[in-house]
Design a protein around this ligand. Structure first.
Ligand code: ZN
Length: 306
């Protein structure tokens, strides 16, 4: 399985347009040992020719242009065979609306995420202008399903959507009752090699189910939004703690680095990194702590074969 990180930042990207925090100021001014990042999304492929994109970030056009593997091979074409959505957060869905240039799209999501994006969304009509423009594939929790191309051929990849602790997107609060289908991880397995990757970019807690989902994979992408629970408060940027936003911080005795210290996965990446997170600074102690524990900080353009 080939894996390409298209974007690795949380909501807002790095730097964020209206943020003057030390990280954003520093990367803008070129004074930090840090890379700018677009909002989180990765692409996976069994054959290197047809790709499935996990999450459609608002920056999807730039991300497609930045990766030759996703460039058209004909006058009207895209190597994007399908798009998988982990939850209804706008940083994971808005990019769908940017793909409205009359191209057949195949979208894999739980029924809850599907409804959240399409019901009462007048903008969604732009993706239903002709029959077959958008094909939704319903992901059922826990069930391993084949990822297929639109013409029905197999891609060689299987996916399992697994419920992980999270919360419904802010804009849907009060409209939909919270549901286990609100926030999922994707476990993707290459049929030919048997190797598997687990993608968990939004996780509020490490539960036995989260550990079971990681078990037996060869690669994990995990929620790296915040280093500390009070990161935004300490910087004077807001009054919400990480747990208020359903993100488990990395650091501390109850952080993901400690709670996942015994997982036996050779490739471990933090992704969905908020611009305030000190791990973005490559010379920071927090960055060193992540690397010392065998984790890496995902960055835009990272690619490897699993
Ligand atoms: Zn910032």
């Amino acid at each position: 399985m080939k894996i390409k990180v298209l974007g690795s930042a949380a909501v807002g990207g790095f730097p964020q347009w209206n943020c003057g925090c030390p990280n954003c100021r520093g990367v803008r001014g070129g004074e930090l040992k840090a890379r700018a990042r677009t909002q989180e999304s990765i692409a996976v492929s069994a054959d290197g020719d047809n790709w499935f994109v996990l999450n459609a970030s608002p920056e999807i056009r730039t991300q497609i242009e930045g990766f030759a593997g996703l460039h058209p091979r004909g006058p009207r074409d895209s190597p994007i065979a399908g798009i998988l959505i982990t939850n209804g957060d706008l940083d994971h869905c808005l990019g769908l609306l940017s793909l409205r240039e009359s191209h057949p799209l195949q979208i894999y999501a739980t029924e809850q995420v599907h409804r959240g994006f399409t019901e009462s969304n007048t903008f969604y009509a732009t993706l239903e202008r002709f029959p077959g423009q958008t094909t939704w594939r319903t992901l059922q929790l826990g069930k391993e399903q084949e990822l297929k191309y639109l013409d029905g051929r197999t891609s060689g990849l299987d996916v399992q959507a697994l419920a992980v602790p999270g919360q419904p997107p802010l804009h849907l609060r009060g409209r939909f009752a919270p549901d286990p289908e609100d926030n999922v991880a994707f476990r993707i397995r290459d049929r030919a090699t048997g190797r598997a990757m687990i993608y968990m970019s939004g996780v509020a807690a490490v539960t036995p189910a989260v550990l079971a989902a990681i078990e037996g994979t060869q690669c994990v992408f995990f929620d790296g939004t915040f280093w500390a629970a009070d990161e935004l408060i300490a910087l004077g940027l807001g009054n919400k703690r990480a747990e208020d936003m359903a993100h488990l911080p990395i650091g501390g005795a109850d952080g993901s680095l400690a709670l996942l210290e015994n997982i036996k996965v050779p490739r471990r990446y933090y992704i969905h990194i908020n611009n305030t997170n000190p791990i973005l600074r490559e010379d920071a102690a927090e960055h060193a702590a992540v690397e010392a524990a065998g984790w890496r900080v995902a960055y835009d353009g990272l690619e490897f074969e699993l």
